[in-house]
Design a protein around this ligand. Sequence first.
Ligand code: SAH
Ligand code: SF4
Length: 412
Amino acid sequence: MLSETVGDGSVQPLISLPPAGTRDPRPGLSGVPMTQLEGWLAERGQPAYRARQIADHVWAGAAQSTDELRTLPQSLRLELEDSFRLTTLGPPDITPSDGGLTQKALHRLDDGRMIETVLMRYPARGWRKARATACISSQAGCAVGCPFCATGELGFWRDLEVAEIVDQVRVWRQWLAGVGQRLTNVVFMGMGEPLLNVERVLDAAAAITDRARFGLGARHITISTSGVLPGIERMIAAGPTYTLAVSLHAARPELRDVLVPLNRRWPVAEVVEAAREHSRATGRRITYETTMIGGINDTAEDAEAMAELLRGDHAHVNLIPMNQVAHTPWSASPAQVIERFATRLRSAGIQTTIRWNRGQEVGAACGQLAAERAGEPPAPVVARRRQLLVEASAAALRGERSHEAVPSGVGD
Ligand code: SAH
Ligand code: SF4
């Protein structure tokens, strides 16, 4: 479903995708906690060490079905096959870009829905070791409907299961093992709003950091949110020191209402306060992401408002030139405008980095491939959407507050 979430605030399907296929009821093995697996084995009279053997297969092996787990007795393999799936994702459709440093992938879920991931590799530079970051999805589609985001255009299909999230990480870990490299970071910056699927995202992060499984350090996992306040509070209560990234885009409430529609439910000042609380609780610096849109959120006034909002915080701002999305009237801010914006923030004492290449990479994980597959919506509907966005952003720049409803599916 391609949705329209601006204008009168109602979500109108523009393109109807075929209905989703039936779901496989068997949970994915990678999402099953070790204690639960040990319990399942004990019920079948199997020793606890088998859980470790199974986890080793899941994380290190290349087997596609439990039937291939040859270190296990055949009767156990058959029972495993009946109860669990070794992977929840179909074989990925991988496209390299950026001279092979970036790999984009489309993955098919059991019901036929498609999700996207991206692998970004950064070679060693000076004292910095080589890094490889997997950008993964938390939902199929997204209900928030930010108008510059391809996933926002697609609308919301469903939350991902724990194993569907973990299996994205396994795909890239195994791909990297094939070229002799390690996965060093995981960022929830693909499709979906992670904190609208917060329990499964936290369970998936726990699986990825579990020493008996992948064992990635918590601080190497970044959870990016468009500002789901209760979700940030839940992250603080959960405890682990994951890195929090907040997609800010605008400090002025009337403009943020247009760029991030859930600002009307959870206002930016409260979101920033919750992010400060997360920083105090974890000792971690907060990252703020801002997509730079020409003539919309890149003015001197916006820079001042952002500097004022974040003054004195243990924060880092990433400015990302907007990656072109088919159905918006907008494009990236010119380079010198972004430089000027950065200079203003830095002179207010706020650490700021411009991510010149990130727009392409993030955009790639943000529903663009899935949106292309969804097909082109009718031209008059696209034209109306563009017109509504022009009007809404112009009103916001005049300082007028919109009174539209929050898109359905957000925080229900
Ligand atoms: N829903 C979460 C995480 C997924 S989006 C969030 O919004 O934070 C990940 C990042 O990609 C966000 O910072 C988002 O603003 C950014 N993004 C989305 N569309 C983009 C585009 N067209 N160009 C550049 N960045 C984009
Ligand atoms: Fe959803 Fe994030 Fe895209 Fe906004 S930017 S529509 S929250 S995925």
